[in-house]
Design a binder for this molecule. Structure first.
Ligand code: PNS
Length: 160
């Protein structure tokens, strides 16, 4: 059985991410979900992202969760992982993923597998969910229950 890394920002984790992780596990046997940092982004859920990913995936056979500090390729080398898997929704995803895939392959030979998002999730985006959530919209059908719970907690705080 192979272990692939499924890396992402997960700000927050959505049902689309969970679908990709589940299908990656079914294809490869084991998935390590890596909660990483894109330095171009500032994260609404910050360090809580990893706790929410862990809770959302708790009990899923063949799935583990880790944070990624520093370069993805170094993390993979340390873990003995030779391939990452990413969900692909539309052209803009492809353009960015292709750049990262070539950089990672150039750095250490790390391979990237791109898995098309399920039809029902192709337009789902954490960025849009954050926007709707901040403006009071109900996003609960797009996120696992732990994220919906956290959104309600935040809404009840005066600083929200
Ligand atoms: O969900 P995202 O925002 O597309 O995830 C991007 C992420 C976190 C996987 C990417 O930024 C990443 O790999 N970060 C770790 C640091 C790194 O290696 N950056 C160079 C990537 S070529």
């Amino acid at each position: 059985m192979t272990t692939v890394l499924c890396p992402g920002s997960f700000d927050p984790i959505t049902v689309g991410h969970i679908d990709i992780i589940t299908r990656a596990r079914d294809l490869f046997g084991n998935v390590l979900v890596g909660v990483g940092r894109n330095n171009q982004k500032s994260y609404l859920f910050g360090d809580q992202r990893i706790a929410l990913v862990r809770e959302a995936l708790e009990g899923m056979e063949g799935v583990e969760v880790s944070s990624i500090e520093g370069l993805l390729v170094n993390f993979c080398r340390e873990q003995g992982i030779t391939a990452v898997i990413k969900g692909l929704r539309f052209g803009a995803d492809f353009d960015f993923e292709l750049q990262m895939a070539h950089m990672n392959r150039g750095l250490t030979g790390l391979e990237t597998v791109l898995l098309p998002a399920a039809a029902e999730h192709v337009t789902l985006s954490s960025t849009i969910l954050r926007e709707v959530m901040k403006l009071g919209g109900d996003v609960s059908r797009y996120v696992p229950s732990c994220v919906a719970r956290e959104i309600n907690v935040r809404r009840s705080q005066p600083s929200f």
